[in-house]
Design a protein around this ligand. Structure first.
Ligand SMILES: Nc1nc2c(ncn2[C@@H]2O[C@@H]3COP(=O)(O)O[C@H]4[C@@H](O)[C@H](n5cnc6c(=O)[nH]c(N)nc65)O[C@@H]4COP(=O)(O)O[C@H]3[C@H]2O)c(=O)[nH]1
Length: 730
């Protein structure tokens, strides 16, 4: 059955096309019109009834009075006529004739008025009878009057036999006329009563009609207003509850319709704004890719669906290599263009529309493959690496970009989105550190990181808890064994793990950025220690290790300067050891930093030389004064000719460049001898001393002879501070 709208619904639909104000005016107008009509009818009818009743009663009364006057005049005339019989002298009768004439005129006048009052024609039987009887009476009366003058004896019988019967007949006819008129008045009143009934029925009809119209109007108007109002309230409820995507059915053109339409416009505006906000909230402004929020959202959904359907799911985390340098060299604007181009290439490299590529932050991107395993993810990862192989053209320059990718697959059903991302992140960092390009997560990587995470939180509180302490390893002049310097080496007294060597936490601190705080702590404590030694007359200098992260801080020279000032130590008493790799990580920034430190007067040393990829030719450009040959070359000097060659040529070249050479890790006298024979300037190693706590270091110093003129010959208190004998045979 087709759903045809009912008549009422049709009426309501039509009514709703009319404005509410017009509807109300029309309804009230109609009801008022009906009530007015009713009132006018009632008033008109009352007036008509009044007139009619008044006319009928007045007419009837007049007729009775006029009939009575006619009759009275007739009686008066008859009485005068009788008086003529008793007056025998003519002179006495003359005035009576005048009175008889007067009575006759009165009678005629009243009679004419009576006839006029009845309104009946002369042919009406009752009128004809009255006229006829009166004519007979007038004739008999006149004849009697005439006979009285001629012969009273003849007049009497006429009087008795004609005049008096005619009088009675006329009086009776007049009574009949009055009775007739009374009946007519009764009839008129009866018809008036009928009319009144009809009018009353009409008034009832109009009254009931008015009430019905009022009720119908009220019902229709209420319905036509209440229903759309309810829709408007529902719509407002939807809007306030945030359900703004349901379109409104067509609204009427009345005021509520206009209100509802305005609310629907508001809903649409809100929906548009919400979509825009979602766009802003879920899109990365720079690349137009999904941002971290949207990526996480999709990852949550994909994980839930993967759990339900048991399918595979993979995420790739991609981080550009050395992007910081691109930014530093080209500036942020061009750096942004590179990121845009990278985003575009990644987007184009995706094969499926269900895959999502996002920029998580800076130069970090991620790809979600909601239905693919690690084999597909690895294939995609390789494709991503290959699309980044061709240089990115930026304003006439060609920028080489490369990336490291970590892949994690949700093969473990209980894995959360955060855990999955952390796995991909770990794999990416492993790939980056090992320069591997792309790695799929393995459990072994996580164990390493878990250890690292607890270590990180422990590291953060280590300085506050006074868990760090410093050791000092003497640096000796190889030619005469003189010691006027030491390397500062940190140790961590962990409450559970015991003494943690720096190899176990410094690389991690460098990765996490915690190294900056550690370096500052070392600088402050070591320089304070140095200051107190110098105040005691020990003219020493200290070597302190700094890392890549330290050099990456533009304000690092200022921090060093601040530490020197606070401790009251001359910059020349400080030598900062920087590894090759720390310099090569960001050569431009490292150079800026080293130059600033050099200008301050701080000495600089290249640590672990030989383990990195830098050449002496490159190091020549750096403002360094010292080069430390890594112990891996030094320790083999007594047995490995290759090491001998390397160390010897390094010493020669370094000297050629004006650098002092320090050999570290000397454990045997043979090695010491060889180094001395190669002309190495300084030495450091267990052969002379292990790294020592401050007190023991001073004690060690006191036990060893200082050559004359070193400034340490006499302690400020005047006591001799010389060690028992020379450490190194000259
Ligand atoms: N086998 C052997 N080893 C010897 C010998 N002589 C010295 N060593 C060790 O060699 C390392 C020399 O320090 P490094 O090369 O700068 O290498 C340092 C340095 O890179 C880093 N480090 C230590 N303290 C700090 C610090 O305060 N800040 C920073 N950034 N790094 C530090 O940790 C590394 C390891 O430090 P340590 O464990 O103290 O290890 C020290 C020292 O104890 C020897 O004859 N034989």
């Amino acid at each position: 059955m087709p759903n045809t709208p009912s008549f009422a619904a049709h009426v309501v639909f039509l009514i709703r096309r009319v404005p509410i104000a017009a509807r109300l005016v029309a309804a009230f107008g109609l009801v008022l019109l009906l009530l007015g009509l009713m009132l006018a009818q009632a008033l008109g009818h009352t007036a008509t009834m009044n007139d009619a009743v008044h006319r009928i009663t007045q007419g009837t009364l007049n007729q009775v009075m006029l009939a009575h006057r006619t009759q009275t005049a007739a009686h008066v005339g008859v009485e005068q006529l009788y008086s003529l019989f008793v007056l025998d002298q003519r002179e006495l009768r003359v005035p009576v004739y005048a009175q008889i004439d007067q009575a006759a005129r009165d009678q005629q006048e009243a009679f004419d008025a009576l006839l006029a009052e009845t309104g009946l024609g002369r042919n009406e039987p009752v009128i004809a009878r009255v006229l006829q009887d009166r004519a007979r009476y007038v004739e008999a009366f006149d004849e009697t009057v005439s006979l009285v003058e001629l012969d009273p004896a003849l007049a009497r019988p006429v009087m008795v036999s004609q005049t008096m019967p005619a009088l009675r007949s006329m009086l009776a006819a007049l009574d009949m006329l009055v009775a007739h008129s009374s009946r007519r008045a009764g009839d008129d009143l009866a018809s008036l009563h009928d009319l009144h009934g009809q009018v009353r029925a009409r008034l009832w009809f109009v009254g009931v009609l008015a009430v019905l119209v009022a009720l119908a109007s009220a019902a229709l108007i209420t319905h036509s207003i209440a229903k759309p109002l309810r829709s408007a309230v529902t719509l407002a409820g939807h809007i306030s509850a945030g359900r703004i995507d349901t379109p409104l059915p067509p609204a009427a053109s009345d005021e509520v319709g206009v209100l509802t339409q305005a609310m629907d416009d508001m809903r649409q505006n809100l929906a548009r704004r919400e979509a825009r906000i979602a766009e802003l909230a879920y899109r990365d402004d720079l690349t137009g890719l999904a941002n971290r929020t949207l990526f996480n959202d999709r990852l949550d959904q994909a994980l839930a669906s993967a759990r339900r359907q048991g399918n595979a799911l993979s995420v790739l985390v991609l981080d550009l290599d050395r992007f910081k340098q691109v930014n530093d060299v080209l500036g942020h604007t061009l750096g942004d263009q590179v990121l845009k181009e990278v985003g575009e290439r990644l987007r184009n490299a995706l094969m499926r529309t269900t895959d999502t590529v996002a920029r998580l932050a800076g130069d970090e991107f991620a790809v979600l493959l909601p239905t693919q395993d690690h084999a597909a993810a690895t294939a995609l990862g390789r494709r991503l690496l290959s699309v980044l192989e061709s240089p990115v053209p930026v304003q006439g320059q060609r920028v080489d970009v490369s990336a490291s990718i970590g892949i994690a697959c949700a093969d473990d059903a209980g894995l959360s989105a955060a855990q999955l991302m952390a796995r991909a992140d770990i794999a990416m960092h492993e790939a980056k550190q090992g320069n591997r390009g792309l790695l799929v997560f393995e459990a072994a990587m996580e164990r390493h990181v878990e250890h690292g995470l607890t270590l990180l939180s422990d590291l953060r509180r280590a300085a506050d808890q006074h868990e760090f302490f410093l050791l000092y390893q003497p640096k000796l002049r190889l030619s005469d064994g003189h010691c006027d310097a030491a390397e500062v080496l940190i140790r961590w007294r962990h409450p559970q793990r015991g003494i943690v060597p720096p190899d176990r936490f410094i690389p991690f601190a460098e990765q996490t950025g915690a190294i900056k705080a550690i370096t500052l702590w070392v600088l402050q404590h070591a320089l304070n220690q140095l200051a107190s030694w110098q105040q005691l007359g020990w003219q020493l200098s200290l070597n302190i290790n700094v890392s890549t992260r330290d050099l990456g801080q533009p304000d690092f020279p200022a921090l060093v300067d601040n530490a020197l000032r606070r401790a009251g130590v001359a910059a020349a008493s400080l030598c900062l050891e920087v590894t090759e790799s720390a310099i090569m990580d960001d050569p431009a920034q490292a150079l800026r930093c080293l130059q600033a430190l050099n200008e301050m007067g701080v000495r600089l040393s290249i640590d672990d030389f030989g383990t990195g990829y830098s050449s002496l030719a490159y190091l020549k450009k750096l403002p360094v004064q010292e080069l430390k040959i890594d112990r891996s070359f030094v320790s083999g000097l007594d047995r490995d000719e290759a090491d001998v060659t390397i160390v010897r040529s390094t010493i020669d070249l370094a000297h050629h460049m004006g650098l002092a050479v320090v050999a570290e890790g000397i454990e045997t006298e043979a090695v010491s001898q060889r180094l001395r024979s190669f002309g190495c300037d300084q030495a450091q190693g267990y052969l002379y001393s292990r790294p020592l706590p401050a007190m023991e270091f001073i004690a060690w110093l006191k036990q060893h002879r200082f050559p004359a003129g070193s400034g340490i010959g006499a302690k400020p208190d005047g006591r001799a501070g010389m060690p028992a004998g020379p450490l190194i045979a000259a």
